[in-house]
Design a protein around this ligand. Structure first.
Ligand SMILES: [Mn+2]
Length: 409
C-alpha cells in the first residue's frame, strides 16, 4: 500500500467536512507485554501500525490540513521497546507532511481551538459507570475549556467511506478469508471424537500464524453438540463426542481486516439423518439469501427473507406449527457489514451498495437435541450482483462427508 491511498482517503474525508470541522484520531496504546493492535480508524486514515500516535486534520481557510504527532525517541528505551517510528518513516508511510512530537499536542491544540467548531474523534463508547476511553480522556480539556466546540464521534464521518471497500481492502479481506478457509479444511481433515474443542482452535491458529496472519479477527467459536446452540460460546473447552455436529465460527485478521466464516461438520464420517435435515434447510436458505444480494437491496429485506424461509423449512418438518414461532430456533439477524471491524460500520438498516462486504449467516438452534447449525459466507456486493469471497470453503453435505470419510480412514 502506498501513501497515495491514505491521502485519497483523507481527501474523501475532507470532502465531507465543513469549515471549522476538525478530526482528531488517536492510535491505540501499547499494553504491557501485549501484542499491539491498531485502532481501525487510525490505520484506515494513516496506514501507520504504531502505538501512541495522534492524527489531526482540520478544515479552515477552505483547505484541509493534516498533522501527525509521534513519540520522541528515547535512546535509553530502545533496548526495551525497539526503535520508535521516525518522522521520515511516518511521512513515507502516511503521506502526512507535517510531523510533530506528542509533547507538542496540547500546545498545538490550544493554538487551533479558536478555529474549531466541531471536533470528530474516535471516542469509542464507555457506559457512565465505566472509566472514559483514552480519546475521551485526551479531549477532556478541550471539552471543559471550550464548551462551544462540539465533540462528536468520528464514525459519523468515516462510516460512509469505510462501508465501500477499495481494491486493496478487498485483497486483504480475501487473504483473511482464504487463510481461514485453509484452517477450516485443516480442522475438518484432522478432527475426531475424543478431542477437545480447543485443539481444533489451535489447528486453525497454527495455520494463521504460519501464513503470516498474527491474530484472530474475533474470539473463535468452536462448539460441539449442545455448545453450538449457544450463539456466543467462546470457551472452546469441551470434549467432542461421537455423533456431535461441530460448529466453527471463525475468522483470521489480515492487517485488521477480519474474515467471518461459519462451517459445521460431523464428528464422525457422516451427518446423522436429523443433522442432515436441519443442515439442509439452513443451507438452502443461505443460498437463497445470497442470491438476493445486489446494490439497492436493504438489509431488512435479507433479514425478512431469511426469517420467512427458515420458518417455512421448520414448518415443513414439523419443528414449529406456525411461522411466528420461528424465533424459538432462530434469533439473530442474517447479515452484518464486514471489514476492519468484524461487525463493521454501516449499521443494520442500510441499503446495499457496490463495494460493501456483508456476511450471510442463517442458522437453526435446537438445544433440546444438542444441535446448532449456522452457515456463514462473506459476500462482496458488486455493480451487477455479488461475489461470494468464501466460495471455496466447502459447505455442501456431500463435499463435507467426503472430507470426513478420508480424514477418518
Ligand atoms: Mn458473523
Amino acid at each position: 500500500m502506498t501513501a497515495k491511498l491514505f491521502e485519497q482517503r483523507r481527501d474523501k474525508l475532507a470532502e465531507q467536512m465543513s469549515e471549522g470541522d476538525f478530526v482528531i484520531v488517536f492510535a491505540n496504546q501499547q499494553g504491557k507485554l501485549e501484542k499491539f493492535s491498531q485502532d481501525n480508524n487510525f490505520l484506515y486514515l494513516t496506514g501507520l501500525n504504531h502505538p501512541e500516535l495522534i492524527f489531526a486534520g482540520g478544515k479552515y481557510g477552505g483547505q484541509f490540513n493534516s498533522m501527525l504527532f509521534i513519540e520522541r525517541s528515547d535512546p535509553d528505551r530502545v533496548v526495551w521497546e525497539g526503535k520508535k517510528l521516525s518522522a521520515e518513516e511516518a511521512v513515507q508511510i502516511s503521506g502526512i507532511q507535517t510531523v510533530k512530537h506528542l509533547d507538542e499536542f496540547y500546545g498545538v491544540l490550544s493554538a487551533y481551538s479558536p478555529l474549531i467548531k466541531k471536533a470528530f474523534s474516535n471516542l469509542g463508547f464507555a457506559a457512565l459507570n465505566m472509566p472514559p476511553t483514552y480519546p475521551m480522556h485526551m479531549l477532556e480539556p478541550l471539552r471543559t475549556r471550550h464548551p462551544q466546540i462540539e465533540i462528536r464521534q468520528l464514525n459519523e464521518l468515516i462510516a460512509p467511506l469505510r462501508k465501500i471497500k477499495d481494491e486493496s481492502e478487498i485483497k486483504q479481506l480475501q487473504q483473511a478469508i482464504d487463510v481461514t478457509g485453509e484452517g477450516i479444511l485443516d480442522i475438518m481433515q484432522s478432527a475426531a471424537a475424543g478431542m477437545m474443542e480447543y485443539e481444533l482452535e489451535a489447528t486453525l491458529f497454527f495455520r494463521m500464524q504460519v501464513s503470516g496472519l498474527k491474530r484472530w479477527g474475533f474470539a473463535p467459536i468452536i462448539a460441539a453438540g449442545i455448545n453450538a446452540a449457544t450463539l456466543h460460546y467462546e470457551k472452546n473447552e469441551c470434549r467432542i463426542k461421537a455423533g456431535d455436529l461441530i460448529l466453527m465460527d471463525v475468522g483470521a485478521s489480515c492487517n485488521n481486516y477480519s474474515a467471518d466464516i461459519t462451517r459445521c461438520f460431523p464428528a464422525g464420517a457422516k451427518f446423522s439423518p436429523r443433522q442432515k435435515q436441519i443442515y439442509g434447510i439452513v443451507l438452502d436458505v443461505q443460498k437463497r439469501v445470497i442470491e438476493l444480494v445486489k446494490p439497492g437491496v436493504e438489509l431488512s429485506t435479507l433479514n425478512a427473507s431469511a426469517r420467512n424461509w427458515l420458518a417455512e423449512g421448520m414448518q415443513a418438518i414439523g419443528l414449529i406449527k406456525s411461522a411466528d414461532e420461528v424465533g424459538k430456533y432462530y434469533m439473530h439477524s442474517v447479515s452484518h457489514f464486514l471489514g476492519m471491524d468484524t461487525h463493521d460500520v454501516g449499521g443494520r438498516e442500510a441499503k446495499l451498495e457496490a463495494g460493501n462486504v456483508i456476511t450471510v449467516e442463517p442458522g437453526i438452534y435446537i438445544p433440546d437435541e444438542k444441535l446448532g447449525v449456522r452457515i456463514e459466507d462473506d459476500v462482496l456486493v458488486t455493480k451487477r450482483g455479488h461475489q461470494v469471497l468464501s466460495r471455496h470453503i466447502p459447505k455442501e453435505i456431500a463435499d463435507i462427508e467426503k472430507i470426513r470419510r478420508q480424514a477418518l480412514k
